[in-house]
Design a protein around this ligand. Structure first.
Ligand code: PXP
Length: 252
C-alpha cells in the first residue's frame, strides 16, 4: 500500500483569478480542467471562496457537469458553502479555514477547536456521497481531531515548508518536512488517507512526493504561473514527472 502512485489534483483557481482581473470569459478555468486531464491530472480542485475572488458558482456548476475527473471542492465550513456542495455533489470536499482579508489559505483548519461546528457538516456531506477531507497543519492533535470528526481524509498544509525553502533556510525547511513526514505516518496509522498541498513548485514537490504515506498532492498557483512561460500542459507534465521521481526515491 505504501509507495503507490501519487495522485495529482490540479487546482485551477488562478486561471479564474486572471479571468476576473478583466471580467468576461477568458481564460476559462473549465478549459484548463480539460487540459489538465489531458496532461495526466488525476483530479481537479477548485476553491469557491466566500468573496468569489476567483472561482464562481457558475464555474462549479460547469465543472460538476463537464469534467470527467473527480472534483475536489474546497470550501469554508459555512451554511452557504454546504448548500452549494450538497447541490453540486462533488467527489470530495476539502474543508479549509477562510478569512476574508487573507491572500490565500493561511494556516490549517482548527479541527479540534471547531469540533461541534464541523461534526454535523461533515456527516451531512458524507451522507450526500461526498468524501470529506480537512486541510490541517502537520500536528498530531489535529489528526486525532480529524478521526474524532469522522473525516476519512486529511490534507497536510505544505505552505510553511515551501516558504522556508523559498527563503533559503534549508535547515528549517528540512525540519518542517520531517514534521510533515511524521504527521503523514501518524495519520495513516490512525486509518486516515493523507494528502498534502499548498505552495508546491518544481523544486519543493520531490521531497514531499518522497513521503510514502501520501496519496495525493493538490497544486495550483505555481502551475498556472509556470503556464505563462512553458504552457500549462507542459507545466503539469513536468510536475507529474517530478512527483514520480520523488515517489521513486521513497523509502517506507
Ligand atoms: N490545497 C488546499 C487545501 C488549498 O487551499 C490550496 C490553495 O487553494 C491548494 C492546495 C493549492 O495551493 P497552491 O495554489 O499554492 O498550489
Amino acid at each position: 500500500m505504501l509507495s503507490q502512485r501519487l495522485r495529482l489534483g490540479v487546482n485551477i483557481d488562478h486561471v479564474a483569478t486572471i479571468r476576473n482581473a478583466r471580467g468576461g470569459r477568458f481564460p476559462d478555468p473549465v478549459r484548463a480542467a480539460h487540459l489538465a486531464a489531458q496532461a495526466g491530472a488525476d483530479g481537479i480542485t477548485a476553491h469557491l471562496r466566500e468573496d468569489r475572488r476567483h472561482i464562481s458558482d457558475h464555474d462549479i456548476a460547469r465543472l460538476s457537469k463537464e469534467i470527467d475527473l473527480p472534483l475536489n471542492f474546497e470550501m469554508a465550513a459555512t451554511e452557504e458553502m454546504l448548500k452549494i456542495a450538497l447541490e453540486a455533489r462533488p467527489h470530495a470536499a476539502c474543508i479549509v479555514p477562510e478569512k476574508r482579508e487573507e491572500r490565500t489559505t493561511e494556516g490549517g483548519l482548527d479541527a479540534r477547536g471547531q469540533h461541534n461546528h464541523l461534526k454535523p457538516l461533515i456527516a451531512t456531506l458524507a451522507d450526500n456521497g461526498t468524501r470529506v477531507s480537512l486541510f490541517i497543519e502537520a500536528d498530531k492533535a489535529q489528526l486525532d481531531a480529524a478521526v474524532a470528526l469522522g473525516a476519512p481524509v486529511v490534507e497536510l498544509h505544505t505552505g510553511r515548508y515551501c516558504d522556508l525553502h523559498n527563503d533559503g533556510d534549508a535547515k528549517a525547511a528540512a525540519l518542517e518536512l520531517d514534521r510533515i513526514r511524521e504527521a503523514a505516518r501518524y495519520g495513516v496509522a490512525l486509518g486516515l488517507e493523507v494528502h498534502a498541498g499548498h505552495g508546491l513548485a518544481f523544486d519543493t514537490v520531490e521531497g514531499v512526493a518522497a513521503i510514502p504515506e501520501l496519496t495525493e498532492l493538490n497544486i495550483g498557483h505555481f502551475l498556472v504561473g509556470e503556464g505563462i512561460f512553458i504552457g500549462l500542459e507542459a507545466a503539469i507534465r513536468e510536475m507529474r514527472r517530478r512527483m514520480d521521481a520523488g515517489r521513486a526515491s521513497a523509502r517506507p
